[in-house]
Design a protein around this ligand. Sequence first.
Ligand SMILES: Cc1cc2nc3c(=O)[nH]c(=O)nc-3n(C[C@H](O)[C@H](O)[C@H](O)COP(=O)(O)OP(=O)(O)OC[C@H]3O[C@@H](n4cnc5c(N)ncnc54)[C@H](O)[C@@H]3O)c2cc1C
Length: 409
Amino acid sequence: MGDTVDVLVAGGGIAGLAFAAALRRAAPMARVAVADPSFAAPAEGRRTLRAVAVAAGSCRFLDALGAWEAVAGAAQPMVEMVITDSRDSDAPRPVFLDFDGEAEPDEPFAHMVFQDDLRASLLAAARDAGVELRPGRVTGFAREGAAALSADVGGATARARLLVAADGGRSRLREAAGIGTVGWDYPQSGIVATLAHEIPHDGRATQHFLPGGPLAILPMRAADGSERRFSLVWSAPHAEAARLVALPPEAFVAELEERIGYGYGALTLEDRPAAYPLRLTLPRGLVAERFALLGDAARTIHPLAGQGLNLGLRDAAALAERVAEPLGLGLDPADPEALAGYERARRFDAVLMAGATDGLNRLFSNDSVPARALRDFGMGLVDRVPALKRFFIRDASGLSGATPERFRR
Ligand SMILES: Cc1cc2nc3c(=O)[nH]c(=O)nc-3n(C[C@H](O)[C@H](O)[C@H](O)COP(=O)(O)OP(=O)(O)OC[C@H]3O[C@@H](n4cnc5c(N)ncnc54)[C@H](O)[C@@H]3O)c2cc1C
């Protein structure tokens, strides 16, 4: 069929690259291409300090793709999570829930890594696996007879048997495929920033549930290898977030210290705080004819549990496994049964996580007396019942979800 690839992935973010690398590993004969406008411009000079929590299950998947080793050295193991629930004026903040432990012996339940490092490592893994990288944006597509579709990639035409849209939360291709969404904007923005501090964090993550929204302190490794850097994800009402990010660095740090106390010693901002509007988006379906959604294109959730990317990686493993089956038999990668199997496998996980993060945000982002009593009861219960705690650790580590066997270490 001339220059037709089996699968064209629109979007070379972490989800798209992980899927493409996984598919080539599972079906080495398949032609897999990824298109992204960012492939045209070298990444040097544009590096950011944006960080993500990679759950243990995701680490296993990345390891199976050969993409973990390159980031493992600088990754910060997360070995404890402390959760507090209090008013802005409470100091010190009472600890409500304290998780420590490992997903499995010698396996922390999550690691913190820089997004840019992980993406660079996945790009190398995709290249090594024989994925074709095409600089350019996929601006539209049309079905071509029964067997293929053609897509416009930066002005050139590419033909593919399956188009996978991994083009992020505001996916244009999802719209073009006619897949509607349900969802709503949160009244909050997520402020992200990176800070250096004096007193080591010892791998402890802290989530402060404040009336305006959750504030997470996620432990990172500093450039000198010490445990003296953290990544901040602070959800606050839009106007408050806009005010905070516009403050001079010392004033921002002072406002932060008012919320988190002085337990880290002196704090220094390492980058400029930025605020992102937060939105819950759930598409009405994950697949259409010769088309599938992946990563943030397949949903966006509240960042309070740090799970968005992990869901995207679970999508990548599940879709690669489904599509590799017909490809391995020389059949159509867009086999409707395979795509329906992907949708069945992933829908529940996405809805569950969207519901859980939305529910937690609603339950905690207010100061009403009944809400406070309810969450006090719930958190106290989890803290006192070891089996429940173990369940939550396995859940946070992504090991209770189903990563296909072939992508486990
Ligand atoms: C404040 C905040 C904190 C977060 N913290 C965490 C965390 O701790 N842990 C976690 O797991 N997740 C976290 N997330 C979520 C996580 O960042 C996202 O889930 C993840 O980056 C999505 O990856 P993706 O590959 O699906 O999409 P993206 O990273 O958005 O990548 C999309 C790619 O598609 C390309 N593209 C766009 N349009 C086209 C097109 N038409 N054709 C071709 N290419 C196109 C873009 O150039 C881009 O490279 C957080 C999110 C926010 C907002």
